[in-house]
Design a protein around this ligand. Structure first.
Ligand code: TYD
Length: 231
C-alpha cells in the first residue's frame, strides 16, 4: 500500500442464535486486523452509543409489543450507524459489529413473526442517508454467521448467566430464528460466510479467519478492499 492512500473502511458483522459463541471470536478477529496494521472499532447492537445502550436495556428487559420492539431496534441502529459506524468507516477503520440487521430479520422477523416487507422498508430508511454513502443503503461488507443447531445452543445457554428476554425464549423460538438466518444467508449470497459453530473453539476461529483472509482483507491494509467496492 502506498503511504499516501488511506485504507478503505470495512464493515463486518457477527451473527447467530444466542449460545452460538460468536462473541468470543470477535476479539480474535480484532487482534488479527490490528496485526495486519488496521485500526479497529469494536461495537455491538443493540447498542454502541449512549442512546442506543439505553434502548438496549429496554429491549432486553422490558416487555413490549412487536412493533415497539422493531421500532426501538431500528432507532438504536440509526443512532449507532450515524454516530459510530459511518464515521469509523470514513476514517478507513475496520468496524466489527456484534449483530446488525440480519438479527432483526431473524429475531423480530422469523422469531416473533413480524412482517419481513416492513422490516425491509425500515432497513432501507434507517440505513440510508447518514455518512458518506448518501443515497445508498449501508450494508455489511461481510457477515460471519455462526451457525449452531438450536439444541446445542440451548445446552450452552443453560450453563450461562441469568437470561434476558430473548435468551429466556424456548428452543422452538431459536429454531425459527435459525431459519431466519438461513433465509437471510440465502438471499444475501456472497455477503454471508457460514461458520460451523459446532466445531471446537480453535476450529471455529480458524474458519472465521479463513473466511476473512479469503477476501484478501487480512494482509497489509489494501486501499481497494471493503466498503469502497460497494455498488
Ligand atoms: P447478544 O449479541 O446476544 O448480546 P449478549 O451476548 O450480551 O447476550 O444480543 C442481545 C439480544 O438482542 C440477542 O438475544 C438478540 C437480540 N436482538 C434482536 O432481537 N434484534 C436485533 O436486531 C438485535 C441486533 C439483537
Amino acid at each position: 500500500m502506498k503511504p499516501s492512500q488511506p485504507a478503505q473502511g470495512l464493515f463486518i458483522t457477527f451473527e447467530g442464535i444466542d449460545g452460538a459463541g460468536k462473541s468470543s471470536h470477535i476479539e480474535t478477529l480484532a487482534q488479527a486486523f490490528a496485526a495486519a496494521g488496521r485500526s479497529v472499532t469494536l461495537t455491538r447492537e443493540p447498542g454502541g452509543t449512549p442512546l442506543a445502550e439505553q434502548l438496549r436495556a429496554l429491549l432486553l428487559h422490558q416487555a413490549m409489543d412487536a412493533l415497539t420492539e422493531v421500532l426501538l431496534v431500528f432507532a438504536a441502529r440509526r443512532d449507532h450507524l450515524c454516530q459510530v459506524i459511518e464515521p469509523a468507516l470514513a476514517r478507513g477503520e475496520v468496524v466489527l459489529c456484534d449483530r446488525f440487521t440480519d438479527a432483526t430479520f431473524a429475531y423480530q422477523g422469523a422469531g416473533r413473526g413480524f412482517d419481513w416487507k416492513t422490516l425491509s422498508n425500515l432497513e432501507l430508511l434507517a440505513q440510508t442517508g447518514c455518512g458518506q454513502q448518501a443515497g445508498l443503503m449501508r450494508n455489511p461488507d461481510l457477515t460471519l454467521w455462526f451457525d449452531l443447531p438450536p439444541a446445542m445452543a440451548a445446552a450452552r445457554l443453560a450453563a450461562a448467566r441469568q437470561p434476558d428476554r430473548f435468551e429466556a425464549q424456548p428452543q422452538a423460538f431459536f429454531s425459527l430464528v435459525a431459519q431466519g438466518y438461513a433465509e437471510r444467508a440465502r438471499q444475501a449470497g456472497q455477503r454471508f460466510a457460514r461458520i460451523d459453530a459446532a466445531a471446537t473453539r480453535e476450529q471455529v476461529a480458524a474458519a472465521m479467519l479463513a473466511a476473512v483472509a479469503q477476501r484478501g482483507w487480512l494482509t497489509a491494509a489494501d486501499p481497494q478492499a471493503g466498503s469502497g467496492a460497494l455498488p
